[in-house]
Design a protein around this ligand. Structure first.
Ligand code: UTP
Length: 416
């Protein structure tokens, strides 16, 4: 072990991260082993590069952004049935699986526990997980199949999530037969000096690597392999926090198959030019999403000859991928975006510091950054009131909160 420690010390010195072993001697044997493993797994070059990125001023955007074409589900006319039939056949042939990304921290909502366990206040008091599962079961029944369900958790919430499912008997699904859990990747958090933080447990302070980590985690965890063994060719990937998400959509699938694209995404018309959602666009000719923080007011308000917003197709995090596209995307690392967050840590004297203001950088990949990897994709505009009821904020915010989601859900399902 001591030889290993010496080697590790050399690496840490090279990268100015010697402090990571400051409390090593105070740790229990089990923790010592874990810390060493963590350090061995850190890509210090990547952390260095990411730290340099935090210091660079945001460059003025040189990308060429142009609008992207889409299909409107309510205006497909005769094509509707055609696409639907193609999609139905594939669903009946068990080629579709659903993936729910449930690894987020849900900081804005402020719920103690995984976001999927949140009860939005319906009379049934069903959790978001159960509402999603209800939808999967109802859709599966229509086609005489059980849609396999893959759930991405984070190291932080995996235990609480799987225990919740266990307690609820997997809502009628069968563990390891048609419901599978996998854990997303993580990256160390660093302070403003580029030093990796030590968390309260004496180990490296790690944070989930964003929903863009989905591709790599699906591949690394062996889930894509499993999907292929099960004969699955398509995966719908969505968030846990949209209680109206429609994971099984034969029209969307039919379009993807017929148009021979590997990604098909759903959009909804932006509620207003100021709405805080990303919108589909082309970036340097490739499909992409422009974030609300990135779009200029002028662009956000621009309309076409029909008076519709030129950049008005909101990205709902409702996307269908071919399994082979997921594998391809999982092989190429996505760029990381920087978030400045509050993170409790141990200082060099081993004292626990709980900051009141942001003190640390977290690095996240965004799922839509992989869209540029595909040759082309299809976008299907759906009705917001039928498919989008996000639970992002606490009720005080007044938007995208449990109250608004509950109202939308009740309206759609005609509940009182
Ligand atoms: P958001 O970024 O909108 O929500 O993720 P969040 O992380 O849950 O909440 P905040 O931002 O801390 O308030 C959208 C979807 O992506 C998943 C979330 O669980 C949610 O379903 N996600 C996000 C992950 O699975 N992993 C991540 O690292 C980030």
């Amino acid at each position: 072990m001591s030889k290993k420690i010496e080697e590790i010390k050399t690496i840490l010195k090279k990268y100015g991260q010697e402090h990571l072993l400051n409390h090593y001697e105070t740790l229990e044997e089990r923790q010592k082993k874990e810390l060493i493993e963590q350090i061995e797994n850190i890509n210090f070059e990547l952390i260095n590069t990411l730290y340099q990125k935090t210091k660079k001023e945001v460059k003025t955007q040189k990308d060429v952004i142009t609008p992207i074409e889409y299909l409107d589900k309510s205006k497909l006319y005769d094509d509707y049935k055609h696409y639907e039939n193609i999609g139905k056949k594939a669903i009946i042939a068990k080629k579709l699986a659903a993936v729910t990304m449930a690894g987020g921290q849900g900081t804005r909502l402020g719920h103690k526990g995984p976001k999927g366990t949140y009860d939005i206040g319906l009379d049934s008091h069903k959790s978001l997980f159960e509402l999603l599962c209800d939808n999967l079961k109802a859709e599966g029944k229509k086609y005489g199949v059980t849609i396999p369900w893959f759930i991405m958790t984070s190291r932080e919430n995996n235990k609480a999530t799987t225990e919740f499912f266990e307690k609820n008997k997997y809502f009628g699904y069968q563990k390891d037969k048609n419901i599978f859990f996998f854990i997303q990747g993580e990256l160390p958090m660093i302070d403003t000096e580029g030093k990796i933080l030590i968390g309260e447990d004496g180990l490296i302070k790690l944070a989930a690597d964003g929903h863009g980590g989905i591709y790599e985690s699906l591949v690394k965890s062996g889930m894509t392999q499993k999907m292929k063994q099960m004969g699955i060719e398509w995966v719908f990937i969505g968030g846990v926090d949209n209680c109206l998400v429609k994971m099984v959509d034969p029209v969307l699938m039919g379009i993807a198959i017929e148009k021979e694209v590997t990604v098909a995404c759903k959009s909804a018309v932006k509620a207003n030019p100021q709405e805080k959602v990303g919108v589909f666009c082309r970036r340097n000719g490739k499909p992409n999403v422009i974030e609300y923080s990135e779009i200029t007011e002028e662009m956000a308000k621009k309309t076409d000859e029909n008076g519709e917003l030129l950049y008005g197709e909101a990205h709902l995090l409702c996307n269908l991928f071919s399994v082979s596209a997921v594998e391809r995307m999982g092989a190429n690392p996505l760029p990381y975006h920087i978030a400045y967050k509050k993170a409790t840590y141990l200082d060099k004297n081993g004292k626990r510091i709980k900051p009141d203001t942001p003190n640390a950088y977290k690095f996240e990949a965004f799922l839509f950054d992989a869209f540029g990897e595909v040759d082309d994709m299809a976008i299907l505009r759906v009705k917001r009131e039928e498919e989008f009821a996000p639970v992002k904020n606490a009720d005080e915010a007044g938007v995208d909160c449990p109250k608004t989601a509950r109202e939308l859900y009740k309206k759609f399902y005609h509940l009182n």
